[in-house]
Design a protein around this ligand. Structure first.
Ligand SMILES: Cc1ncc(COP(=O)(O)O)c(C=O)c1O
Length: 346
């Protein structure tokens, strides 16, 4: 049976478990001043081809919120798509970490914030000077929450807007690896070269046990990040285990190999689904997250067969199917065979 519930439902890559086990003996300085942590920061700088400030944390919510709070004061505003994880799936953590900043959301195809709407919303929100909210951050996600990729030019359009208004551009990169894998744009092209100030670079969904890096390209604006992480309870004492995960994740481009596999499985699923009558796509679904419209009785019958996946709450009649680094071709084929049979019967 297929499990397309979430890439978070996948396990841990053996190389990452092995790296953690290898780090387990002996003493190492606590709180992130160990040699492995320092070398991971250097490795991230090499990967992104520029000097960075990189902080490791254990959850994507922490990575996003510490990153946002670094750029946004309690009286600031964060502007993102209405489907964004920060607006829908992080409770009020962004508000908690920033000390009360307000989130504003806009629409846009495939969960890419519509630029005109953004301009308008930013304009209106900050129009009353001291009485209003100070526009601080534009936040996008790559992959987007509807499984789409951004091109460097698209990202540059947001950064130009942000810079023209004295704001910062932040990327939620919980699935950044899936945005990079199989494409010609480099991590640098998709971030600082396109004007991005910081990225949360996710590893958890893509092979780690619990590890995310907040990568600041705008180092001068990142001075408070470490204190915000500490204050928020996300400075791990046995930090070497976060570093060990990231070290193995970066070794031999494991992060890319895992994401490439997840994307290939996603696209194999997509091409089989496209050939099934009555199945439509609610988004471009370019990598490992597919958003599929199907009649509810068919979804229920698939659940009855034992396949796992969720209905997407904000899009009526739409189901999210997520593949991961552990997805097998047999799962994809079994799911499609069952759906094909249901479509023929129905
Ligand atoms: C787009 C996006 N951002 C961030 C996260 C990270 O969230 P968590 O705090 O659950 O690790 C997720 C996880 O589902 C996500 O889908």
């Amino acid at each position: 049976m297929a499990n397309f519930g979430s890439d978070n439902a996948s396990g841990v890559h053996p190389k990452i478990i092995e790296a953690m086990a290898l780090s387990a003996s002996g003493m190492a300085p606590a709180y992130g001043v160990d040699e492995l942590t320092k070398s991971v920061e250097q490795r991230l700088a090499s990967l992104f081809e520029t000097d960075v400030t990189a902080l490791l944390v254990g959850t994507g919510t922490a990575a996003n919120c510490i990153g946002l709070a670094t750029f946004c004061s309690p009286f600031g505003g964060i502007f993102a798509h209405a489907e964004s994880h920060i607006a829908n799936d992080e409770s009020t953590a962004p508000e908690l970490y920033t000390g009360g900043a307000r989130q504003f959301t806009v629409g846009g195809d495939d969960a890419k914030p519509n630029l005109e709407e953004l301009v308008q919303k930013i304009d209106v929100s900050g129009a009353r000077g001291v009485h209003s909210v100070e526009p601080a951050v534009i936040a996008i996600s790559n992959l987007t929450e509807l499984g789409a990729r951004f091109s460097p030019d698209e990202i540059a359009a947001y950064s130009e807007l942000a810079k023209s208004l004295g704001m910062k551009l932040f990327i939620d990169g919980a699935r950044f690896a899936n945005a990079v894998a199989g494409e010609s744009d480099s991590p640098a092209d998709l971030t600082w070269r396109a004007g991005v100030d910081a990225l949360s670079f996710g590893a958890t969904k893509n092979g780690a046990m619990a590890a995310e890096a907040i990568v600041f390209f705008n180092k001068s604006a990142a001075v408070n990040a470490e204190r915000i992480r500490k204050r928020g309870g996300h400075l791990w004492s046995k930090h070497r285990f976060l570093a060990a995960q990231f070290d193995a994740f970066l070794d031999d481009d494991l992060w890319l190999a895992n994401a490439r596999h997840a994307n290939q499985m996603g696209q194999s699923l997509k091409s089989q689904l496209q050939a099934i009558p009555g199945i439509e796509f609610a988004s471009v679904s370019e990598a490992n997250e597919l958003f599929v419209r199907m009649p509810k009785p068919q979804a229920e019958a698939l659940w009855e067969c034992g396949h796992a996946f969720y209905e997407w709450p904000s899009l009526e009649g739409t189901y999210r199917l997520v593949t991961s680094f552990t997805t097998e071709q047999a799962e994809v084929d079994a799911f499609c065979a069952d759906l094909r049979a249901l479509a023929t019967d129905g």
